[in-house]
Each structure stands twice: as structure tokens, then as C-alpha cells.
Design a protein around this ligand. Structure first.
Ligand code: XIL
Length: 470
């Protein structure tokens, strides 16, 4: 089977080249194509346009109730270019009793997407959860026909209207064995291939995905998904992509995320982040929000670094409509927008990671200035960086993101903890230097090896908002 090319355009220069030239070109493109006249100069920094300029999409999920919230819909239509119905395409809504289909709720979401020129991800056809009890009560001999009928009807209803379908959702247990649900009990692991083939027959153009959680890093569950996709591809079963839900816990984006996406892409399937959120134990502190900004930037950078990663979808628009507080008591604040749909540091960090500029600071008083000095020798260097709070409010906990020149690898640091060692790095305060009053400065530094480039890092941002450099 040939490798499927993502449907979204790939601009040149390559989106891997994250240099100043690319950033300028992206900003110019955004300004040229998207700004109403009279606003020249202020680049469009929406997630959707920045992502599209990089050849990926940025999406969100919405439920019917969200359609009545104008603060939410304004952000959704402006910032996101892909939409997933949060619940409305699930079996309990679309076929609540056998043979009776109801697509009205999902059609409302689809029509919002159309009005706002968003593409749609279909979610989901075959899943153990939000499954009406009539399916699990069927004699096993009847489950296959019921599943095929469900897929055929639902996919046919949306034929030609969807970018992709999550055909099978969450087929695996944590240890990599198949989940024992109505489908596996009736058909064994063959239900996956059967579902994919049935979906392909009903809409030959929608991209067909398998979707799961806790498969973002390399582990027994992602190994099982990998082996399944490999085996399906070798049998010519139509599978076009793997969705990584990415319901992360603060600070726990797996270190093997990129390598894992890469190995799936190497099988000739697309990969997508389908349900991103990053939950924080409540109440969220400034330090937590800064760490979350780093986590979001890491996710964006990971998708951008993997050819075959077609896009990122956040699960919900803002903290107020997120599923997290209801499902994980004590946790919340998991999205890029606060309860009033104001952007959080994670938003600015995502914009920055997409090559945009967050413009006016989303964190009141978080404006900053950075100065630095390098002391280099043939293969190594030390660097001292001074960070000044030029805003009008005290910063409690800081995370300074910057891009290290190619070839520089951090080997040690002082007065801050740096991670990762190269590329897009976040320097986070230690226990004793997290507080920065207005006008106050703090210094930290690091030692690094280099391969010839000894210049200062670029693109500094503090808690997600860009800093000036002197
Ligand atoms: C969640 C919805 O957001 C909630 O409103 C609903 O109560 C439960 O399902 N993985 C998935 C999504 O694939 O469909 C789930 O959505 C979140 C976990």
C-alpha cells in the first residue's frame, strides 16, 4: 500500500525548518491571506491559520450545549480549523434503539463547522462506552451484522462531509490485550478489520482511524496498537491513521512521544493528536500554568517534527466545557482557555511553537526582558541569562522558553532547571527564585556543548508570552 499523503497542504520550505526565515514567511502569508484590509501589520495569530501555514490543522471538540455559548463559539470559530463532536456521533445518540437512527444532534455540530469553514472528524463508530445496552445484550451471533449496519448507516449519512472517522475507539487494555467488549466477544480481534472495511465501503474518501489513550509513549499498549496497524496494513485492510488521544497529566508528556509517533508514521499511516488536554490538580498555580504551557508547546513541536502528523485537536474549547473536572475529581484547568474563554499561557506557548507571535501578553503583567552573555571555547560554552519582569504584577513561578541554536546541547545548569537539552528548551525556576516582583531580575545559566554555533538562544517567551531581548 502506498503512503497516504495528508490532505492538508504542505508549504515550502519544509515545516521542519523552524528558522527565522520560516517564521517571517508564515507571518507574511498569514497577513497577506487572512487579515481584513486596514489591519496590515498585525499578523493573524490564530491557532488555525498558523497551523495551516505549517501544513497541519488545529481542532477542538464541541457538544450541542456548547452551541448556545457565544463566548465559546466565538473562540471556536476563530481559533480552530477542525471540529469533533464531543458526544453526538456516538452510538448511544445515533442509534439508541436498533435500526432507529438520529443524526440531528451531530448535524447541528456539522452545520456549525460548515458555517465556520472548519473540517470535521467523525467520532466514533465502534466503542465499548456510550454504547446502548441493546448492543451488549444482543446474542453474539448478531453483533457483527448490527455493527456493520451501524457503520454503514452512519458513515453513509456523512459521506463526503468528513475529513476522517475514528472507526474503532479504545480497543486495547493497558497491558496490550484486546478489551473484552461486545465486539471482541462476538468477533475476536477481526472486528477491527471488519469495521474498517465496512466504513471504507460506505465512504471511500474519509480517512479511517484507530484511536486510543495511553498510547502516546512507547509501552505495551502502544506496542499492541503498532502491531495491529502493521498487521492490518500487511493484509491490505484500509487503515489511514492512528489517533493519540493525549489526555495528559501536567508534566507527564512522555519522553518517547516523538519516537512513538515516528514509528507509526513509518508504517505508512497518518498520526494525529485527537483529544489533547493537560490536567492540573486544582487550584492551578502560576507554576502549574507555566508547566502546562511547556507541555502544550512540547505537543505542538512533536507534531511538527513528525512528517505524517496531520494535526492536533484539543478536547473542548476551554476549562469551563472540558470533561476533566467531571471525570477526574480534583483536576481541571486542562485546556488553553480559562473559564471565561481568555487565553492561558498554554495558548501563547502553542502559538509560539507554531511560529506565530502571541502579540499582547495573555498573562497580565507577564511582560519580560531577557539579556544574555556567551563565553565559548572550541567545543563548549557557558551562558548567563538575566530575566527581568517588566510587567506590573508579581510573577509567582516562571518558565522561560527559548530555542537553542542547532548543535548546542545543555550539559548542566544553575539557578534553573532546563529541559530538554536541545532545540526548544524550557528553563523553570527552582524553589528559591520563582518570585519576581515588578522590575526585579533573576539570573540563571547553563553549560553546553556546541558544534560551531555559539550564538545566544532565540525566541524567548515567559510563561507563554514573548520577551524582548536587549
Ligand atoms: C467524553 C466526553 O467529553 C464526555 O462529555 C462524555 O461524558 C464521556 O466521553 N475518550 C474519548 C472521548 O474517546 O469520546 C471521551 O469523551 C473522552 C475520552
Amino acid at each position: 500500500m502506498s503512503v497516504r499523503t495528508p490532505r492538508l497542504p504542505r508549504p515550502t520550505p519544509s515545516r521542519r525548518a523552524f528558522g527565522a526565515a520560516t517564521v517571517t514567511a508564515v507571518a507574511a502569508l498569514a497577513a497577506a491571506t487572512l487579515l481584513p484590509t486596514g489591519q496590515a501589520g498585525a499578523a493573524d495569530t490564530s491557532l488555525r491559520s498558523l497551523a495551516e501555514a505549517k501544513g497541519i490543522y488545529f481542532g477542538t471538540a464541541m457538544t450541542q450545549g456548547d452551541l448556545n455559548n457565544s463566548a465559546l463559539t466565538t473562540v471556536a470559530g476563530r481559533q480552530f480549523g477542525m471540529l469533533t463532536p464531543g458526544n453526538e456521533m456516538k452510538w448511544d445518540t445515533t442509534e439508541p434503539s436498533q435500526g432507529t437512527f438520529d443524526f440531528a444532534p451531530a448535524d447541528r455540530i456539522a452545520s456549525f463547522a460548515q458555517t465556520n469553514s472548519m473540517k470535521l472528524r467523525g467520532h466514533t463508530l465502534v466503542w465499548h462506552s456510550q454504547l446502548p445496552s441493546w448492543v451488549s445484550s444482543l446474542p453474539t451471533a448478531q453483533v457483527k451484522a448490527a455493527m456493520e449496519n451501524h457503520i454503514t448507516n452512519e458513515v453513509a449519512h456523512y459521506k463526503g462531509k468528513l475529513y476522517s472517522w475514528d472507526v474503532v475507539n479504545e480497543p486495547f487494555n493497558e497491558d496490550g490485550s484486546f478489551r473484552s467488549d461486545a465486539f471482541h466477544n462476538a468477533m475476536g480481534s477481526g472486528f477491527v478489520a471488519d469495521a474498517l472495511r465496512t466504513a471504507r465501503a460506505a465512504d471511500p474518501n474519509a480517512k479511517l482511524y484507530l484511536n486510543d489513550y495511553n498510547i502516546e509513549g512507547q509501552n505495551p499498549k502502544s506496542d499492541a496498537m503498532y502491531n495491529l496497524v502493521k498487521s492490518l496494513k500487511s493484509q491490505g485492510v484500509p487503515v489511514d491513521g492512528v489517533g493519540f488521544q493525549a489526555h495528559f497529566i501536567l508534566g507527564q508528556v512522555p519522553s518517547t512521544f516523538q519516537a512513538n509517533l515516528q514509528r507509526f508514521a513509518a508504517l505508512g499511516v497518518n498520526v494525529a493528536i485527537t483529544e489533547l488536554d493537560d490536567r492540573i490538580q486544582l487550584p492551578a498555580s502560576t507554576t502549574g500554568l507555566a508547566q502546562q504551557a511547556g507541555d502544550y508547546a512540547a505537543v505542538v513541536n512533536t507534531c511538527l517534527a513528525v512528517t505524517g502528523c496531520v494535526g492536533i485537536t484539543q478536547w473542548g474549547v476551554g476549562d469551563a466545557d472540558s470533561w476533566i473536572p467531571g471525570t477526574f475529581p480534583g483536576y481541571g484547568a486542562a485546556t488553553m482557555y480559562d473559564a471565561d474563554y481568555r487565553p492561558k499561557p498554554a495558548y501563547a506557548a502553542s502559538v509560539t511553537a507554531l511560529g506565530g507571535s502571541a502579540g499582547s501578553s495573555p498573562t497580565p503583567g507577564a511582560s519580560c526582558k531577557v539579556t544574555g552573555a556567551v563565553n565559548a571555547w572550541n567545543s563548549g560554552l557557558t551562558e548567563d541569562i538575566t530575566l527581568t519582569n517588566t510587567g506590573s504584577t508579581t510573577i509567582n513561578g516562571w518558565s522561560l522558553a527559548f530555542t537553542l541554536p542547532a548543535g548546542q546541547t545543555v550539559t548542566s545548569s544553575w539557578n534553573a532547571s532546563l529541559t530538554p537539552a536541545g532545540g526548544q528548551v524550557a528553563a523553570t525556576n527552582l524553589g528559591y527564585n520563582g518570585t519576581l516582583a515588578p522590575g526585579a531580575s533573576t539570573s540563571f545559566g547553563f553549560q553546553a556543548t556546541h558544534t560551531g554555533k555559539t550564538s545566544l538562544p532565540a525566541l524567548f517567551s515567559l510563561n507563554g508570552a514573548p520577551c524582548t531581548t536587549a
